[in-house]
Write a protein that binds this ligand. Structure first.
Ligand SMILES: Cc1cc2nc3c(=O)[nH]c(=O)nc-3n(C[C@H](O)[C@H](O)[C@H](O)COP(=O)(O)OP(=O)(O)OC[C@H]3O[C@@H](n4cnc5c(N)ncnc54)[C@H](O)[C@@H]3O)c2cc1C
Length: 69
């Protein structure tokens, strides 16, 4: 890793955007992810949770509400 300017551990909310900025600034960046690329929000948190809630609404009321969160 001696040939990198920065090493980013984790690809959650901040990792990829920080990597993009550093690369745009001319730095050589390594990104390390131990499990799911994208982190909690897109893989097991926000997105799957909203899908689950929307599916529950659809199953109960046959209507999927529009949310803004
Ligand atoms: C069920 C649930 C629902 C949620 N819903 C919402 C919502 O609706 N709206 C909202 O704003 N937020 C929501 N959140 C919170 C949101 O998911 C977190 O705030 C956000 O993911 C935090 O981002 P992060 O980058 O700090 O961490 P994470 O997204 O957890 O990313 C960290 C990453 O680093 C990796 N990592 C950790 N240690 C190492 C290591 N040693 N080596 C290599 N990789 C490593 C992990 O594998 C992971 O991919 C929810 C969370 C959960 C659990």
């Amino acid at each position: 890793m001696d040939d990198h300017d920065a090493i980013i551990i984790g690809t959650g909310q901040s990792g990829p955007s920080l990597a993009r900025r550093l690369v745009a600034a001319g730095q050589k960046v390594a990104v390390i992810e131990r499990k799911f690329f994208g982190g909690t929000c897109v893989n097991t948190g926000c997105t799957p949770t909203k899908t689950l809630v929307a599916s529950a609404y659809a199953a109960i009321w046959h209507v999927v509400p529009v949310t803004t969160a």
